[in-house]
Design a protein around this ligand. Sequence first.
Ligand SMILES: NC(=O)c1ccc[n+]([C@@H]2O[C@H](COP(=O)([O-])OP(=O)(O)OC[C@H]3O[C@@H](n4cnc5c(N)ncnc54)[C@H](OP(=O)(O)O)[C@@H]3O)[C@@H](O)[C@H]2O)c1
Length: 332
Amino acid sequence: MPKTEDAILGALAGIGAGVVLLCLYTAAQFLSFHFITPSKPLQKYKRGDADAYALVTGASAGIGFGIAQELVRQGFGVILLGHLPDELASAAETLRAIHPDRPATLVRTLTMDARTATPDEMETALASLSPLKITILVNNVGGNPVANPPFRTHATYTCADVDAVINQNARFMARLTALIIPTLSAPAEPNQRSLILTLSSGGYIGLPWLVMYGATKAFNRALGTGLAREFTTDPSTSHIDSLVVLPGEVRSQGNCRGVPGSAPLAVRFGRDVVRKVDGAVSRGWREMHADWWHGIEAALVGIAPEASLTQGLTDQIRVKKEAWNEFWEKNR
Ligand SMILES: NC(=O)c1ccc[n+]([C@@H]2O[C@H](COP(=O)([O-])OP(=O)(O)OC[C@H]3O[C@@H](n4cnc5c(N)ncnc54)[C@H](OP(=O)(O)O)[C@@H]3O)[C@@H](O)[C@H]2O)c1
């Protein structure tokens, strides 16, 4: 066989072997990340203290409540931020019952409306928390707070609808994070760290009838990944980890109609978020899919041709749109 053909065959075999190795490595990473989780997660964010706190926004229900519940199980104090005092009080009672022997003050509530909170209100609220050692911020609050019906074309949005989504999903999170970084930057011993978890969504790629929601979720993703990169540039913040969570469908208080039967429940999803942070951070990832099936969906989205992607997303959101429309028609 001529030398050129040998060389081509050798190169192709090398590429093939490389591709096989890459696939094996990716599969091993995927399996070990999702199915080997630490028995005591997030220890380095406790900073050796029994009273390290996590501030969780949108924590009275849904994924935020699930995350808060697992943080309490792991021995953290939590501050539950929400806008309905009764719901917050009831969530706090449920969480205190997990460790009835621990001081009730390890589960606190902070009533604040993410849509309307002013900078002064936010600064005052954070100042009231200043004696607490907060080492974790969970930027969770988010949703689609538009006038009914909730799934509509962008042309039907009023300016109030546009502002409500930006305020709740983006502005509040960006302001709160800026205000709390000095607290999270408090000097730490080696191996003691702080953490910012930011809930984005697989919808950051852009969704029909949910254009503003998807756009703010892209904002959340860039906020979290930008912070992660920025923190490494300064010794005073290099001990803060910033990780974006990219959920697919999760059955929650807010996402409860037209949801596929395979979607995890919010409490289980929140538990998985807490258990998988260490694995993602140790791999140097800036974002993670806490549910294995969401990870597979995202990989498929990454390789799907645009026409198929548009069709698939449209079909998926249409089911939710019709379910919400039906509910709204019956209840208006
Ligand atoms: N569920 C999903 O399928 C899914 C998928 C992708 C991404 N996500 C993201 O995950 C996060 C949590 O979603 P979720 O489905 O768990 O939400 P959810 O069930 O609607 O829960 C929202 C939580 O936020 C609180 N909240 C609502 N409006 C608020 C406001 N204006 N100010 C302060 N708190 C407020 C609610 O408290 P009250 O009870 O007081 O109203 C509740 O505790 C969001 O950022 C969402 O975009 C969710």
